[in-house]
Write a protein that binds this ligand. Structure first.
Ligand code: IDP
Ligand code: MG
Length: 151
């Protein structure tokens, strides 16, 4: 099963959307295997967003992600990386389809509610930045019999 890193950014935590966001991923059938409320340090933010270090919005991105607590999570499931990206919607919430998290809950490209890894390699890198191996707990869900029926 593939794993992905997913985080609710400070705007999502501050707006009280943690429960609703997590419920969407749970209902899709993904398995939650890691979860923590945490304050991101500038150093961790710079490592996490290293690929964007040359972008004009980099400083703003680091300031925003360190501006308040985030909820960091790890999910497991069939094609978890692309499934979570689909549930998130496009980066710019103005262009995100209705029914996606960003499409339903916001209008700001910088405060766009959630982060999700953009590929399996990024997922492994991000998971190990935010979680120790012993913080990940794999518990299968009984309804996976139906979720993966016919596989
Ligand atoms: P993603 O979060 O959909 O993967 P990325 O291109 O990886 O989008 O960008 C990382 C984050 O940087 C975005 O989620 C958003 O918060 C911020 N960002 C991206 N493009 C812009 C921009 O043009 N202006 C301000 N912030 C941006
Ligand atoms: Mg990205």
């Amino acid at each position: 099963m593939e794993r992905t890193f997913f985080a609710i950014k400070p705007d999502g935590v501050g707006r009280g959307l943690v429960g609703e966001v997590i419920a969407r991923l749970e209902r899709k059938g993904l398995r939650l295997i890691g979860l923590k409320l945490m304050q991101v340090t500038p150093q961790l933010a710079q490592q996490h967003y290293a690929a964007h270090s040359e972008k004009p919005f980099f400083q703003g991105l680091v300031s925003f992600i360190t501006s308040g607590p985030i909820v960091a999570t790890v999910w497991e499931g069939r094609e978890a990386v692309s499934v979570v990206r689909g549930l998130m919607g496009a980066t710019d919430p103005v262009k995100s389809a209705p029914g996606t998290l960003r499409g339903d809950y916001g209008l700001s490209i910088s405060s766009n509610l959630v982060h999700g890894s953009d590929g399996p390699e990024a997922a492994e890198r991000e998971i190990s930045l935010f979680f120790r191996p012993d913080e990940l707990v794999g518990a299968s869900r009984p309804e996976e019999t139906w979720i993966y029926a016919g596989e």
